[in-house]
Design a protein around this ligand. Structure first.
Ligand SMILES: [Zn+2]
Length: 137
């Protein structure tokens, strides 16, 4: 037997004790002018998941953190098939938040954006983050 995981807290899912969702909703949460998440107290690794019991990189404690709503596109695509209640075409992008993790967003307008294109998260749609091209003053 290895000691891996010994003395580590078990990740409980929201509502699991009362028969709630079998899988926690891991989507990032937008709160006003910030995306909520966690940051490692030792190596500073950022995560868009909240209430992480430990850092996924170094296992040090993770603390609640608020991240910027602006960032640069890592990759994007336009989806041309219906997915769930989403009607095509719609745009998706992975965005590297300026001071935080990479998050998946729906695009306000379907378009394929080049890497580095600037986006601003403007709200949510059915729980998913929505972003639009950043307009600089
Ligand atoms: Zn860490």
């Amino acid at each position: 037997m290895s000691g891996l995981g010994v003395d580590r807290p078990i990740k409980r899912r929201a509502g699991s004790a009362v028969g709630g969702l079998p899988v926690a909703d891991s989507r990032p949460v937008l709160a006003g002018d910030a995306v909520l998440g966690s940051r490692c107290t030792a190596c500073r690794y950022p995560s868009a998941q909240r209430e992480l019991p430990w850092c996924p990189v170094c296992y040090a404690p993770a603390a609640e953190e608020r991240f910027a709503v602006t960032g640069a596109v890592w990759s994007s695509t336009v989806v041309e098939i219906p997915v769930g209640t989403r009607k095509p075409p719609f745009g998706l992008a992975y965005v590297d938040l300026d001071d935080g993790p990479r998050v998946l967003v729906h695009l306000a307008e379907p378009a394929v954006l080049g890497p580095g294109a600037r986006l601003r998260i403007t709200g949510t749609d059915d729980g998913d983050l929505v972003a639009a091209m950043e307009v600089r003053a």
